[in-house]
Design a protein around this ligand. Sequence first.
Ligand code: ATR
Length: 277
Amino acid sequence: TDKYAVVGYPIGHSKSPLIHRLFAEQTGQDMCYEAILIDNEETTFRWSMADLKQRGYKGINITVPFKLDAFEYADSKSSRAESAHAINTFVFNEDGSTTGDNTDGIGLVNDIEINGRRSFKDQRILILGAGGAVQGIMEPLLEKQPASVHIANRTAKRAEVLGQRFETDIPVTGSGWDDIPVTEGYDIIINGTSASLDNKLPPVSEAVIKANSLVYDMMYGAEPTIFMNWAKQHQPNCTVMDGLGMLVGQAAEAFYLWRGVKPKTAPVIAEVRKLMS
Ligand code: ATR
């Protein structure tokens, strides 16, 4: 039985062991997956990785607060890991080396395409927030050839800098909340701020939402998030999604890197959601 794990601090509430167990059942893979706490005070990330390798683990997911440590640790990195400047998945190779990847962005993109049944092609995209989570989705998103991407953030400068980083023909712009170009609204709106954690809304004009917009919150919970409720209030016909599908989607891509099999995410999202309520 091949061994995998997620490491983080804290780690007790991680849904990854459940998600990977469901994937393994669905695809008939002989593997186990557990959650391991790394206490930053008592040990180091580097030491913990050496220990896990020595104990025969084949791969690891990395969550808060170690995604940057993971970036430093990897011997080789995928281009989406480089672009995200963070790593959430390690493959421990036979020769002792470590390959790092970031599956968060592709997890979100797949969730919107497969489960939300929406294409990004030629769509006008608005992203709220310019932190680590948003940085991680930019490359997979731009690969889907949207018409344009506007990034808006509390700290305008951060959005502008992030917007300028990508060399692409697709217009990518950045601004503060008050300078979002509204005109006709956006096809896809993604909230990547951590404001929902404090039950706060990014102060954005509701004019950005259209009747047929897809409004996505990277946050999730047992109930619709405050951001999803806000969107529905102003455009009752818009589609809203929370970030549970992104969580399951990033796990599915990690599973694929390790096992070479792509699990279906929809039944797993449904099962995890049932257990949350
Ligand atoms: P993460 O890894 O979750 O992206 P981060 O890199 O700290 O964490 O980024 C948090 C994002 O949420 C940033 O875009 C931040 O805005 P600033 O760049 O201005 O700090 C945004 N954010 C956090 N709290 C917020 C709030 N109360 N209202 C609006 N935006 C908020």
